[in-house]
Design a protein around this ligand. Sequence first.
Ligand code: ZN
Length: 220
Amino acid sequence: MRTLIDLVLPTECGGCRAPGFSWCPECALALTTAEPVQLHPRVVGVPPAWAAGRYAGPWRGAVIAVKERGRRDLVGPLGAALARAVLHLRDWGELDPPELAPLALVVAPSRGAAARRRGGDPVAGVARAAAQELGPGRVSVLPCLRTARSARDSVGLSAWERTENLRGRVRVRGTVPAPGSSVVLVDDVLTTGATAAAGTAALAARGVRVHAVVVLAGVQ
Ligand SMILES: [Zn+2]
Protein backbone atom coordinates (compact mmCIF):
# COMPACT_ATOMS: atom_id res chain seq x y z
CA MET A 1 0.00 0.00 0.00
CA ARG A 2 2.84 2.37 0.89
CA THR A 3 4.39 1.80 -2.52
CA LEU A 4 1.07 2.55 -4.18
CA ILE A 5 0.76 5.84 -2.28
CA ASP A 6 4.35 6.74 -3.16
CA LEU A 7 3.58 6.18 -6.83
CA VAL A 8 0.73 8.65 -6.69
CA LEU A 9 2.36 11.21 -4.40
CA PRO A 10 5.99 10.59 -3.43
CA THR A 11 6.38 11.23 0.28
CA GLU A 12 10.08 10.58 0.62
CA CYS A 13 13.16 11.87 -1.16
CA GLY A 14 14.09 9.66 -4.11
CA GLY A 15 17.78 10.09 -3.29
CA CYS A 16 18.08 9.69 0.50
CA ARG A 17 14.51 8.74 1.52
CA ALA A 18 14.16 11.79 3.80
CA PRO A 19 10.44 12.21 4.56
CA GLY A 20 8.44 15.17 3.29
CA PHE A 21 10.31 15.71 0.02
CA SER A 22 10.09 14.02 -3.34
CA TRP A 23 13.61 15.30 -4.06
CA CYS A 24 15.38 17.06 -1.17
CA PRO A 25 17.68 20.11 -1.49
CA GLU A 26 20.81 18.14 -0.42
CA CYS A 27 20.27 15.48 -3.08
CA ALA A 28 19.46 18.15 -5.68
CA LEU A 29 22.72 19.94 -4.82
CA ALA A 30 24.73 16.70 -5.01
CA LEU A 31 23.49 16.02 -8.55
CA THR A 32 23.88 19.64 -9.65
CA THR A 33 27.51 19.98 -8.55
CA ALA A 34 28.87 16.57 -9.65
CA GLU A 35 31.44 16.15 -12.41
CA PRO A 36 31.60 13.06 -14.64
CA VAL A 37 33.76 10.19 -13.40
CA GLN A 38 35.73 8.09 -15.90
CA LEU A 39 34.96 4.38 -15.69
CA HIS A 40 37.15 1.37 -16.40
CA PRO A 41 34.96 -1.38 -17.89
CA ARG A 42 36.10 -4.96 -17.37
CA VAL A 43 35.26 -6.11 -20.90
CA VAL A 44 36.91 -4.98 -24.14
CA GLY A 45 35.13 -3.08 -26.90
CA VAL A 46 33.68 -0.26 -24.79
CA PRO A 47 34.32 3.34 -25.97
CA PRO A 48 35.48 5.86 -23.33
CA ALA A 49 32.95 5.44 -20.53
CA TRP A 50 31.81 7.99 -17.97
CA ALA A 51 29.36 8.14 -15.10
CA ALA A 52 27.45 11.34 -14.37
CA GLY A 53 28.04 10.49 -10.69
CA ARG A 54 29.35 7.74 -8.43
CA TYR A 55 27.10 4.82 -7.58
CA ALA A 56 26.62 5.98 -4.00
CA GLY A 57 24.43 8.35 -2.00
CA PRO A 58 21.75 10.25 -3.91
CA TRP A 59 22.89 8.94 -7.32
CA ARG A 60 22.46 5.35 -6.26
CA GLY A 61 19.20 6.15 -4.47
CA ALA A 62 17.70 7.99 -7.44
CA VAL A 63 18.70 5.34 -10.00
CA ILE A 64 17.21 2.55 -7.88
CA ALA A 65 14.06 4.59 -7.19
CA VAL A 66 13.41 5.35 -10.86
CA LYS A 67 14.20 1.81 -11.99
CA GLU A 68 12.79 -0.37 -9.25
CA ARG A 69 10.17 1.77 -7.52
CA GLY A 70 8.64 3.47 -10.54
CA ARG A 71 9.56 6.97 -9.35
CA ARG A 72 8.94 8.72 -12.67
CA ASP A 73 9.18 12.10 -10.91
CA LEU A 74 12.96 11.58 -10.78
CA VAL A 75 13.30 11.38 -14.57
CA GLY A 76 13.56 15.20 -14.72
CA PRO A 77 16.38 15.64 -12.14
CA LEU A 78 18.30 12.69 -13.60
CA GLY A 79 17.83 14.03 -17.14
CA ALA A 80 19.18 17.42 -16.07
CA ALA A 81 22.16 15.68 -14.42
CA LEU A 82 22.82 13.67 -17.59
CA ALA A 83 22.69 16.87 -19.64
CA ARG A 84 25.25 18.51 -17.33
CA ALA A 85 27.55 15.48 -17.68
CA VAL A 86 27.38 15.74 -21.48
CA LEU A 87 28.18 19.47 -21.30
CA HIS A 88 31.20 18.72 -19.07
CA LEU A 89 32.44 16.14 -21.56
CA ARG A 90 32.10 18.64 -24.39
CA ASP A 91 33.99 21.25 -22.34
CA TRP A 92 36.74 18.69 -21.69
CA GLY A 93 37.04 17.90 -25.41
CA GLU A 94 35.72 14.35 -25.04
CA LEU A 95 32.82 15.07 -27.45
CA ASP A 96 32.62 17.29 -30.49
CA PRO A 97 31.10 20.68 -29.69
CA PRO A 98 27.62 21.51 -31.07
CA GLU A 99 29.02 23.64 -33.92
CA LEU A 100 30.93 20.62 -35.23
CA ALA A 101 28.48 17.80 -34.73
CA PRO A 102 24.87 17.29 -33.70
CA LEU A 103 24.44 15.08 -30.66
CA ALA A 104 22.69 11.74 -30.74
CA LEU A 105 21.82 9.98 -27.48
CA VAL A 106 21.37 6.27 -28.13
CA VAL A 107 19.48 4.47 -25.38
CA ALA A 108 21.18 1.27 -24.24
CA PRO A 109 19.29 -1.90 -25.09
CA SER A 110 16.84 -3.23 -22.58
CA ARG A 111 14.82 -6.36 -22.84
CA GLY A 112 11.59 -5.07 -24.33
CA ALA A 113 9.18 -7.07 -22.22
CA ALA A 114 10.93 -6.16 -18.96
CA ALA A 115 10.79 -2.43 -19.80
CA ARG A 116 7.11 -2.62 -20.75
CA ARG A 117 6.25 -4.36 -17.48
CA ARG A 118 7.85 -1.47 -15.60
CA GLY A 119 5.80 1.06 -17.58
CA GLY A 120 8.35 2.13 -20.19
CA ASP A 121 12.13 2.27 -20.20
CA PRO A 122 13.17 4.88 -17.60
CA VAL A 123 16.57 5.35 -19.30
CA ALA A 124 14.80 6.48 -22.47
CA GLY A 125 12.77 8.95 -20.38
CA VAL A 126 15.94 10.30 -18.74
CA ALA A 127 17.62 10.67 -22.16
CA ARG A 128 14.60 12.58 -23.49
CA ALA A 129 14.67 14.87 -20.44
CA ALA A 130 18.40 15.46 -21.01
CA ALA A 131 17.75 16.31 -24.67
CA GLN A 132 15.17 18.92 -23.58
CA GLU A 133 17.76 20.47 -21.24
CA LEU A 134 20.42 20.52 -23.95
CA GLY A 135 18.16 22.26 -26.43
CA PRO A 136 14.91 20.96 -27.91
CA GLY A 137 15.30 19.90 -31.52
CA ARG A 138 19.12 19.94 -31.42
CA VAL A 139 19.66 16.59 -29.80
CA SER A 140 18.16 13.35 -31.07
CA VAL A 141 17.23 10.50 -28.74
CA LEU A 142 17.32 7.16 -30.49
CA PRO A 143 16.04 4.01 -28.76
CA CYS A 144 17.38 1.91 -31.65
CA LEU A 145 18.93 -1.02 -29.75
CA ARG A 146 17.02 -4.13 -28.71
CA THR A 147 18.09 -7.20 -26.80
CA ALA A 148 16.74 -10.45 -28.20
CA ARG A 149 14.33 -12.40 -26.03
CA SER A 150 16.77 -15.31 -26.05
CA ALA A 151 19.18 -13.32 -23.84
CA ARG A 152 18.93 -14.14 -20.15
CA ASP A 153 18.59 -11.59 -17.36
CA SER A 154 22.19 -10.60 -16.57
CA VAL A 155 21.81 -10.53 -12.77
CA GLY A 156 24.36 -12.87 -11.20
CA LEU A 157 26.36 -13.47 -14.39
CA SER A 158 30.13 -12.89 -14.54
CA ALA A 159 31.70 -10.45 -17.02
CA TRP A 160 32.51 -13.29 -19.43
CA GLU A 161 29.02 -14.81 -19.06
CA ARG A 162 27.41 -11.42 -19.71
CA THR A 163 29.44 -10.98 -22.89
CA GLU A 164 28.52 -14.48 -24.08
CA ASN A 165 24.87 -13.94 -23.13
CA LEU A 166 24.67 -10.82 -25.33
CA ARG A 167 26.80 -12.07 -28.23
CA GLY A 168 24.78 -11.48 -31.40
CA ARG A 169 21.68 -10.76 -29.34
CA VAL A 170 21.73 -6.95 -29.43
CA ARG A 171 20.12 -5.72 -32.63
CA VAL A 172 19.61 -2.35 -34.28
CA ARG A 173 16.02 -1.48 -35.08
CA GLY A 174 14.70 1.84 -36.32
CA THR A 175 16.49 5.11 -36.95
CA VAL A 176 20.24 5.22 -36.30
CA PRO A 177 22.28 8.41 -35.67
CA ALA A 178 22.87 10.58 -38.74
CA PRO A 179 26.39 10.44 -40.24
CA GLY A 180 28.69 12.96 -38.57
CA SER A 181 26.83 12.95 -35.24
CA SER A 182 28.51 12.78 -31.86
CA VAL A 183 27.06 9.52 -30.62
CA VAL A 184 26.65 8.89 -26.90
CA LEU A 185 25.35 5.58 -25.62
CA VAL A 186 23.28 6.18 -22.46
CA ASP A 187 22.52 3.66 -19.73
CA ASP A 188 21.57 3.71 -16.07
CA VAL A 189 24.61 1.93 -14.65
CA LEU A 190 27.71 0.21 -16.01
CA THR A 191 28.50 -3.07 -14.30
CA THR A 192 30.97 -4.97 -16.49
CA GLY A 193 30.49 -2.99 -19.71
CA ALA A 194 29.11 -6.03 -21.58
CA THR A 195 25.88 -4.25 -22.56
CA ALA A 196 27.76 -1.15 -23.76
CA ALA A 197 30.19 -3.32 -25.74
CA ALA A 198 27.36 -5.27 -27.40
CA GLY A 199 25.49 -2.05 -28.29
CA THR A 200 28.67 -0.49 -29.68
CA ALA A 201 29.36 -3.57 -31.83
CA ALA A 202 25.79 -3.68 -33.15
CA LEU A 203 25.99 -0.01 -34.17
CA ALA A 204 29.47 -0.46 -35.68
CA ALA A 205 28.00 -3.17 -37.93
CA ARG A 206 25.66 -0.46 -39.24
CA GLY A 207 28.54 1.99 -39.76
CA VAL A 208 27.82 4.06 -36.63
CA ARG A 209 30.68 4.82 -34.26
CA VAL A 210 29.87 5.38 -30.59
CA HIS A 211 32.09 8.16 -29.24
CA ALA A 212 31.34 7.78 -25.55
CA VAL A 213 29.24 5.86 -23.07
CA VAL A 214 27.60 7.90 -20.31
CA VAL A 215 25.76 6.20 -17.48
CA LEU A 216 23.85 7.86 -14.67
CA ALA A 217 25.83 6.26 -11.88
CA GLY A 218 28.94 4.14 -12.03
CA VAL A 219 31.34 2.17 -9.91
CA GLN A 220 34.90 3.15 -10.73
ZN1 ZN B 1 17.49 13.48 -0.46
